[in-house]
Every structure is written in structure tokens, then in C-alpha cells.
Design a protein around this ligand. Structure first.
Ligand code: OAD
Length: 232
């Protein structure tokens, strides 16, 4: 018999206990930086050095952190379930923990791409992207990040995946950013939806959601053990 499919939607909170700042919590990144100055195509046009430095710092930090208990619990869930992760995060902690199926909605920090042809995507060696680093067409490389105002190309694929879920788990996202926040709406009617987040998240658009008001580490480990124990 084929395994039940669990679609997991993750946000910055799943990596918080690894030491990566979230965006909108108090002390979060968007308190320290202005989105319009570092995370938009206009910012890139205005000040490439500043945008590169912002993402260089994020990338440098990524080499200093490790996956946490929540990332590892999702790997363990694969023992009995077909687990598909859709993440808003640009870190690679799900992959480093060992998750087999990870879709990145908002890009990946360790990748860079051509600024004239978005299909030319490269793994960056080391953490530092510099002025003068170019693609094979000779244009400056930019962070492989979906900035505010840019289309989220992975959404149709992600929505299709959500429509095949038997169970959905949402972890550590304020559900402020669309279209990602709307993906849960594509899960089939009756699909159980769990949301793990220590804060009060606006879930009016998720009828019947089961709220687990805990940090990702403890909340995910407990839920994963429960789901594993439900099966022989
Ligand atoms: P946010 O910073 O908006 O939300 C983080 C969520 O994580 C909040 O609901 C927190 O309560 C929760 N949280 C904090 N610590 C946690 C912990 N230890 N365990 C579990 N949850 C915890 O981050 P996102 O919702 O991921 O996009 O933000 C979505 C997008 O906005 C990001 O992908 C990024 C950002 O701007 C781009 O940069 C394109």
C-alpha cells in the first residue's frame, strides 16, 4: 500500500532554534532592515552592493548553523509517510537534516543567478557574492531569491502538491506573505491541518486547523511521534 502523503509548509520559525532570525518577530530581520532597501528588484537596481552584502551576511550565517530537532523530526516522519516539504525559507537546513523532498518557494541562499536570464542558476562557492561575479552571458550574478514584487514561479507546482495531501502540517510562519500563505487552501476538503507556532497566527482562512502553540522543536517532535504511532 502506498504511504499517506504529508505536505509540510514551513517558514522562518522552523529554523529559529537553529539560530536564524525570523522576519517579523520582535528583533526580527525586518525590524533591522527596510524590505524596500534589500529585498526588492528596485533595491537591486539602486544599490547592488547593499543588497549583496545583506544576502552575503545571511549566507555566511548559514555556514555557522545546524538543523534543529524540528528538521530532524520531519526526516524521521519519512519512515512511514510520503513527506513533501514546501518551504518559504532560503536556508538549506531541511536538506542538511536529510529530508528527501524539499521545494523552495522563495529561492535558495546558496544559489545565485544571472541578472539577465533567470534560468541561469549556479551554486555559489563559499558565502561571498561579489561585484564582478558574472554569469556565462557576462551579466552580474544576483542572489537566487524571490524578492517582493517578483513572481513566485513555484506556486502552481506547490498548489498541485497541496491538493494531493492526506495531512498538512504548517510550521513557524506568520502567514503574512502571499501567495505562500494561501497554499493551505489547496488541500483537499477534510484534510487535517496542524499549525505549530508559539505565537497567535491569523488562521481565519484555515477552518478546522489544529493549533499547536509550541516552538518548532518540541511541537514537531511530539506531532511526528503521534503520527508515527498511528501506523503499525
Ligand atoms: P515571519 O518572520 O513572518 O514569521 C515567523 C513565524 O515563526 C512567526 O509566526 C513566529 O511566531 C514563529 N516562530 C518564532 N520562533 C519560533 C519557533 N522557535 N518555533 C516555531 N515558530 C516560531 O516568517 P515567514 O512567515 O517565514 O520572504 O515569512 C515569510 C516570508 O517573508 C519569508 O520567506 C521572507 C519574508 O519576507 C522573502 O524574503 C521573499
Amino acid at each position: 500500500m502506498s504511504k499517506k502523503r504529508v505536505v509540510v509548509l514551513t517558514g522562518a520559525g522552523v529554523s529559529a532554534e537553529s539560530g536564524i532570525s525570523t522576519f517579523r518577530d520582535s528583533g526580527g530581520l525586518w525590524e533591522k532592515y527596510d524590505i524596500s532597501e534589500v529585498a526588492t528588484p528596485e533595491a537591486w537596481e539602486r544599490n547592488q552592493a547593499l543588497v549583496m552584502e545583506f544576502y552575503n551576511q545571511r549566507r555566511k550565517q548559514l555556514y555557522e548553523v545546524e538543523p534543529n530537532a524540528a528538521h530532524y523530526a520531519l526526516v524521521k516522519l519519512e519512515e512511514k509517510y510520503d513527506v513533501r516539504i514546501i518551504t518559504q525559507n532560503v536556508d538549506d537546513l531541511h536538506e542538511r537534516a536529510g529530508s528527501g523532498n524539499v521545494m523552495h518557494l522563495h529561492g535558495e541562499l546558496k544559489k545565485v543567478r544571472s541578472s539577465v536570464d533567470e534560468n541561469l542558476v549556479y551554486e555559489l562557492e563559499g558565502w561571498k557574492l561579489k561585484k564582478g561575479d558574472t554569469c556565462e552571458k557576462g551579466s552580474q550574478l544576483r542572489p537566487h531569491i524571490v524578492w517582493f514584487g517578483e513572481p513566485v514561479h513555484m506556486i502552481p507546482k506547490a498548489a498541485e502538491l497541496c491538493s494531493t495531501a492526506d495531512i498538512c502540517i504548517i510550521i513557524g510562519t506568520s502567514l503574512n506573505v502571499y501567495p505562500a500563505a494561501g497554499l493551505v487552501g489547496y488541500t483537499p476538503p477534510g484534510c487535517p491541518v496542524y499549525l505549530i507556532d508559539p505565537a497567535e497566527v491569523n488562521v481565519l482562512h484555515i477552518p478546522g486547523v489544529k493549533l499547536i502553540r509550541e516552538k518548532a522543536g518540541t511541537g514537531t517532535v511530539t506531532l511526528v511521534n503521534e503520527l508515527l504511532n498511528q501506523l503499525p
